[in-house]
Structure formats: C-alpha cells, structure tokens
Design a protein around this ligand. Structure first.
Ligand SMILES: [Zn+2]
Length: 230
C-alpha cells in the first residue's frame, strides 16, 4: 500500500513540500565562504519556516521532501568544473538513531541532478554534534579524515545547514590536505551568526555581494563590508 505523501512543514497531503510552505521559504543570505573553500552557496534562510523544513528532514523520515530540496539546491552548484560530490557526515550516533545521514541523502540527490558520482570521502571523528557544543568550540568544527584517492579532484561538499561554516571548513581542510585541488560548499539552509572579532578568522571569510553564492577572497576586511562582525 502506498502511503500518502505529506508536506514536511504543515503535514497537508499531496506533496513533500506543499506550494504554500515552499513559497514561505526565504532565500538564504549570501554566505561567508568558510576558510579553505573556493565558493559556498545555500538555498534558503534558516528562519522559522527553514528550521521546520530542516527539522522535519532531520527528525522525521521525510525523504520525499529531501529529494525535492536536493533538486532545488543542485541549481546553486558552482559553474566551475566538478569531479565528485561528497558530504559532511553526521555523527555515528545520529546516523544510527535516524537510520540514515540526511547530508548523504542530500548529496546523492545533488549528484544525480548534476550527473556526477557521489562518494563518501570524509570520516567523522568521535565527538558531540555541532549543535550540542558551545559556540566557541563550534567554531573549530568537527574532526574529519579523508579517504585516499582524491588527489587532483574538484569536489562539491554538501551539508544541510551552514551556521558558523566550521563544519564545511573542517571538511574542506581534510579534502585539501588529502590532495583535492578545489572544494566548493553547498547547503540547504544558512543562518548568519554574529561572531566575536577574535574568532572571525577561524572559519570565516568576508562575503561578496553575489546572491546566494559567495567566492573566496583574501579574507581582508574591507571598509565597505557591512556584513563583517565588528
Ligand atoms: Zn505545507
């Protein structure tokens, strides 16, 4: 028997994300490019509706919504040449609890859409999730190691939510130190975070003005950059 498809936000039947809820999603603010990444883009803002969408994906098994969102976020992939799509893996505990890794499912949807292979390149070290850690610790990101075989590769690194950028930065560091020549970040949701100036260089760089997509800069704060925390 086929179960009816329900909206991940309001629960109405008919589609994985109903047109009403889909239209209430706000475009993501242009993200700062996490250090070590070549570009970064996000689909929608992690506001009230955005949180409910991501929450539904994380805590209830709503794969149909994930597939639809995966198609939408794939449109924001950079025009640069790419060899492979990978993801920032969640903790083993979360994966076991949910039975899947939502970042992996998202990466697989994106890869299918872009006609690229999707490979699990990163392994996450033991430790608490980013959401369970104090803000200062979160800026350092989780510890990732990279499987061999990425020398010379241009990689699209997918995750569900971009907050401090620390997770993508940590993933990017692991991929680059294993030999990747380009790493681009792509996430579903993005919430800007006010970062004290003394931590601003740990995982964040200034953004530029491209809508939804930012490219890496030299990280030098400019006098006309209103987005840089004081
Ligand atoms: Zn809805």
């Amino acid at each position: 028997m086929l179960l009816p498809v329900c909206c991940a936000v309001c629960g109405s039947t008919g589609s994985a994300l109903c047109p009403g809820c889909g239209s209430r999603l706000t475009a993501a603010p242009s993200p700062r490019v996490p250090s070590g990444l070549d570009s970064c883009a996000a689909l929608f803002a992690y506001d009230e509706v955005g949180r409910r969408v991501v929450g539904a994906l994380k805590f209830r098994n709503r794969r149909a919504a994930l597939v639809r969102l995966g198609r939408a976020v794939a449109v924001l992939a950079p025009p640069d040449p790419l060899d492979v799509v990978t993801w920032a893996p969640t903790t083993t505990e979360h994966r076991r609890h949910r039975g899947y890794d939502q970042a992996e499912l998202l990466a697989r949807c994106v890869a299918r859409q872009l006609d690229l292979p999707c490979l699990g390149l990163l392994r996450r070290g033991a430790g608490p999730t980013q959401t369970g850690r104090p803000a200062v610790e979160r800026l350092h990101g989780p510890h990732f190691t990279c499987r061999p075989g990425v020398v010379g590769m241009r990689i699209l690194l997918v995750d569900d939510v971009l907050t401090t950028g620390a997770t993508l930065a940590a993933g990017g560091r692991a991929l680059r130190s294993a030999g990747a020549v380009a790493v681009h970040g792509l996430t579903l949701a993005h919430t800007p975070l006010k970062v004290p100036a003394r931590y601003a260089d740990l995982g964040l760089q200034r953004r530029n003005s491209h809508s939804g997509m930012a490219h890496a800069t030299d990280g030098t704060p400019g006098p006309t950059d209103p987005g840089r925390p004081a």
